[in-house]
Ligand binder design. Structure first.
Ligand code: NAD
Length: 510
């Protein structure tokens, strides 16, 4: 018996090191669980995820931790357990709003923004924090913290995604809300900037719990959201289903004769509930249109080029799928479970199917080898498309990059130190507020369709999206030339100039 224990412990340790997936047949007794996962092994892979098991009815007695990237549940729930070693080389979460401020300060100095307008735009308008209780499947109550930050609505109603992630806090949401204001202004749509989220790891909750959490959060926000005031959309770990629950909860709080007018309260909802064709792929489609435009401008042939993607959720996977018709080869992918590489190419459609049956994770994909984070960042390719989270290209990781272009699918993947290094290395960059604007553009189209009781076909959505992206690229390129500056700063100048003009025309009340 002792030998068996030792053997299992050793195998587990080896697999942790390589990041290899560990599949365990159904576990029936908690005793057996403890036999397989010794305290030492658990400590090595968990760190931030220690806590009570939240999945089974016996939550007081199940003190089980969840490793990063792992699906770690108790014996009552799952048939298989996936454990991934914590990816090495990641940096601690820095203050994101500092990045926004540095980018903003650089642009305002170069363009000479009116100091009064500068004061207004350097602050958010409303910051809403709600703590709310939700009944779990076992009848117990848990408290949750949710946020909605509304940065600016001078151009139109507040607009921005909702993120469900453990890292969500005021600093993060404030930054993301501010970027949304710039984004709407660059692409010239009549919307403002907002962002929100709940500090939560959704993998710890059942579907029915997530529904109650989402509905109660919506109720707690009350009339801080609305179709003519603030319109949420999907972001990290939220999707059309979450939008459907928000819509239904919001409409239920309205008098019956106003409910039909309320469907534009969220975008990115299912088609049957008033969603737009093309919204699911919109951010990826916008990124691909952006890359195409850059390639045209640079006389770069995408056919036969290579690229790698960080994040394989909505944005990363759609971008990869839509790059395929251009003849570009995907050679590496990283997500929360680890990174994979194949110099001969990874088929995006096949990887989407693989992930769909493996808890949305790419690790373990049989037609690619597993690589560590540093090797992933060093991938020799033409393009890098970060589409996961912020602060991935920094002073530590930017020197590793060996590409011609960084196309920012995620919001804020490059911090100011990373930016400076990319520039010194001569790497082009399409900034997030331009590159990933396809999502908010088609959200705007969805909102318009709801308001006009229309339903556009996919071609119409794509043609209009393409036009918006190409026009925004032209404005940013022209501004970069005029001010002899980089594309991120130029994109800021385009946005700030538009906002400045509108403020000057409207004046300040009273
Ligand atoms: P998602 O939840 O669908 O996918 C996120 C992906 O990132 C997953 O594959 C996850 O495994 C991976 N990931 C998480 N942490 C990681 C880490 N530390 N290292 C590597 N990979 C990690 O989210 P999404 O909607 O695809 O959003 C991704 C990014 O794009 C975010 O920055 C989001 O703000 C931005 N964005 C999204 C939209 C949209 O329409 N969904 C629009 C504009 C911008």
């Amino acid at each position: 018996m002792a030998d068996t224990k030792k053997r299992r412990k050793t195998t587990l340790k080896q697999k942790e090191k390589t990041g290899e997936k560990i599949v365990i047949p159904k576990i029936r007794k908690e005793k057996e669980w403890k036999l397989l996962y010794t305290k030492k092994a658990v400590e090595k892979v968990t760190e931030e995820y220690k806590g009570l098991c939240v999945n089974c009815a016996k939550r007081e007695t199940c003190t089980i931790s969840k490793p990063e990237g792992g699906i770690w549940r108790c014996e009552e729930y799952v048939q298989e357990v996936t454990i991934m070693a914590k990816p090495e080389g990641r940096e601690k979460k820095p203050n994101l709003y500092q990045n926004v401020k540095k980018q903003f300060d650089k642009a305002t100095k170069i363009m000479g923004l009116d100091p009064d307008i500068c004061k207004i735009l350097s602050m958010t308008t409303n910051e809403i924090l709600v703590n709310f209780p939700v009944k779990m499947d076992n009848g117990r109550i848990e408290m949750f913290t949710g946020f909605r930050v509304q940065h600016n609505n001078v151009l139109g109603p507040y607009k921005g995604g909702l993120r469900f992630h453990p890292s969500v806090d005021l600093d993060e949401v404030r930054s993301l809300a501010t970027w949304m204001t710039w984004k709407s202004a660059i692409i010239d749509i009549p919307l403002g900037g907002a962002k929100g989220g709940i500090q939560i790891d959704p993998t710890n909750y059942t579907k029915t719990e997530m529904e109650r959490i989402t509905r109660r959060f919506t109720f707690a926000l009350g009339n801080n959201i609305g179709p003519d005031y603030d319109i949420p959309a999907p972001d990290v770990n939220t999707n059309a289903q979450i939008m459907a629950w928000i819509l239904d909860t919001y409409l239920s709080t309205l008098p019956p004769n106003q409910r039909q007018c309320g469907i534009a309260v969220v975008t990115g909802k299912p088609i049957g509930l008033g969603g737009s064709l093309g919204r699911d792929k919109a951010t990826g489609q916008g990124i691909v249109f952006s890359i195409e435009d850059w390639a045209r401008y640079k006389n770069f042939n995408l056919k036969g080029s290579t690229y790698f993607v960080q994040g394989f959720g909505n944005v990363g996977s759609w971008t990869a799928r839509l790059m395929k018709p251009h003849g570009a080869e995907l050679i590496a992918v990283e997500d929360i479970s680890g990174a994979i590489y194949n110099s001969k190419g990874i088929d995006p459609e096949e990887l989407v199917h693989y992930a769909a049956s493996h808890n949305s994770l790419v690790s373990g994909y049989p037609k690619a080898k597993s690589i560590d984070h540093e090797t992933f960042m060093k991938t020799n390719a033409d393009l890098f498309i970060p589409s996961a989270l912020e602060n991935q290209i920094t002073a530590k990781t930017a020197p590793l990059l060996n590409v011609k272009l960084v196309a920012e699918g995620a919001n804020g993947p490059t911090n100011p130190d990373g930016d400076a290094i990319l520039q010194s290395k001569g790497i082009d960059l399409i900034p997030d507020i331009l590159c990933n604007a396809g999502g908010v553009i088609v959200s705007y189209f969805e909102w318009l369709q709801n308001k006009r009781n229309e339903s556009w076909d996919l071609d119409e959505v794509d043609i209009k999206l393409h036009k918006k992206i190409v026009e925004a690229h032209r404005r940013v390129r022209d501004t970069a030339k005029k001010y002899k500056t980089d594309w991120r700063t130029a994109a800021y100048i385009v946005a700030l100039s538009r906002l400045e003009k509108v403020y000057k025309e409207r004046g300040i009340f009273p």
